[in-house]
Design a binder for this molecule. Structure first.
Ligand code: FAD
Length: 393
């Protein structure tokens, strides 16, 4: 089997890596700790540079405005972009927009594609995805209660969502709502497009996440729908198809997240190595001379490679054999990679002592925000259940 990366793909990865290291990493701390809306123009200028390099929107087919990479290629790119919190945003393939574009591409009507998908692909607007609710268990979305009832030509939506990432400044939300209470549990819900300037849509607050509230793209909102009316044409796909639609964005989305996490791991490992090499801990020793630190470096490197191989193998399987055959593996890479991310970040932070806890180093930001990797995209425990049940069967 040939494990080498084809030359043209390597070239694209190198160009992307150079952009991340030269244009994004030097400014990332200032950007992520600023009011998003004050730095949005600066980010837009960076996005224009990415477009001019023909690297924009690698997840989108070339026929609709992206550079149309394969899932494997996208996985490798996601790892490179993950090295900076600005990576995916600068290249126009950030969550939740990437998943929403995919949904609209596969299931949206022509009108929905024109009105919402096209400007999203071009990076002219942002979107969010509202499924999780404060009052029901997000780990089992079939319990969700937000409702959408047809009244003449309109859906009337009522309910409360939270952790609606990037809702602040988004132009629309794809909301998952119960459209038929009596249907079988996986056919109760539908996805509906709600423009955020609709009467009855209220962004209550951005949630403080480990002490950081953030703003704009870098935030997670609590949102209320109160007699919120949208045209019935805003339904995506068939009524009751919400869970089926969610399933289709699962495979590629998971690969995208896992490889982004591995990009963060790589960055954390590099930061740990750099710090350990320059930090003198006695007149004759640096931190990097200590066996404990050496073991942390060696363990992290091995774990990153193991997770990377598993994720890439899963991407290959999805692409070449189909999502169905890789279903348990798609769950496996989630908890396996999120666990390694957690361990590597913790070692990197510990190796830096006090400064690792401060925002003078990027590790604190990653640590704060990526603890959630074990919770979002389905809590690890739910995915372990999927894998265990498959094996027990
Ligand atoms: C930073 C962040 C961003 C997010 N972005 C979005 C977004 O954009 N849109 C959106 O809709 N949602 C989003 N979420 C929500 C996320 O999907 C949910 O938090 C997640 O699905 C868990 O749901 P819950 O918080 O209600 O936890 P609960 O369902 O209450 O579960 C709590 C805990 O119980 C345990 N548990 C649950 N079920 C099982 C089980 N079957 N077996 C064993 N243990 C179990 C797990 O440890 C779990 O962490 C985001 C969350 C975070 C933290």
């Amino acid at each position: 089997m040939d494990f080498s990366t084809p030359k043209h793909i390597q070239l694209q990865l190198d160009l992307t890596d150079e952009f991340v290291k030269q244009q994004l990493i030097p400014i990332e701390q200032r950007i992520i700790h600023s009011d998003f809306f004050k730095v949005e123009a600066e980010l837009k200028a960076l996005r224009e540079k990415v477009k001019s390099m023909k690297l924009w929107a690698p997840h989108i087919p070339a026929s609709i405005g992206g550079s149309g990479e394969s899932l494997m290629q996208l996985a490798l790119l996601s790892e490179v972009l993950g090295q900076s919190p600005l990576g995916h945003y600068a290249f126009g393939c950030q969550a939740p927009d990437a998943g929403n574009i995919e949904l609209l591409h596969h299931f949206g009507s022509d009108q929905q594609k024109q009105q919402w998908m096209k400007p999203l692909i071009d990076g002219d607007i942002r979107s969010c995805f509202g499924m999780t609710e404060p009052d029901t268990a997000g780990s089992n979305p079939t319990l969700l209660e937000t409702s959408a009832a047809l009244d003449g030509e309109e859906w009337v939506i009522n309910g409360r969502k939270w952790f609606t990432s990037s809702a602040d400044g988004a132009q629309f939300c794809i909301v998952m709502a119960v459209t038929d209470l009596d249907a079988a549990k996986h056919q109760r819900a539908s996805m509906i497009i709600v423009p955020t300037d609709t009467k009855g849509f209220e962004l209550v607050r951005n949630l403080p996440v480990m002490g950081e509230t953030g703003s704009g793209y870098f935030s997670h909102a609590e949102v209320v729908f109160k007699d919120c009316r949208v045209p019935k044409e805003n339904l995506i796909g068939e009524q009751g198809a919400g869970f089926a639609l969610a399933q289709t964005r699962l495979g590629p989305g998971r690969i995208h997240h896992c490889m982004r996490w591995l990009g963060i791991c790589r960055r954390a490992l590099n930061e740990m190595i750099t710090y350990a090499k320059q930090r003198s801990v006695s007149s004759s020793f640096c931190l990097s001379d200590m066996q404990t630190i050496q073991h942390w470096i060696a363990d992290s490197a091995a774990e990153i490679e193991a997770a990377r191989t598993l994720v890439l193998q899963t991407a290959w399987q999805i692409e070449n054999v189909g999502f169905k055959s890789a279903k348990a593996q798609v769950s496996m890479i989630k908890y396996f990679t999120a666990g390694i991310l957690h361990k590597v970040l913790d070692r990197a932070l510990q190796s830096m002592g006090g400064i690792g806890m401060t925002d003078d180093k990027i590790i604190a930001y990653f640590y704060r925000h990526e603890r959630a990797a074990r919770i979002y995209d389905g809590p690890d425990e739910v995915h372990k259940g999927v894998v265990a049940r498959e094996l027990l069967r």
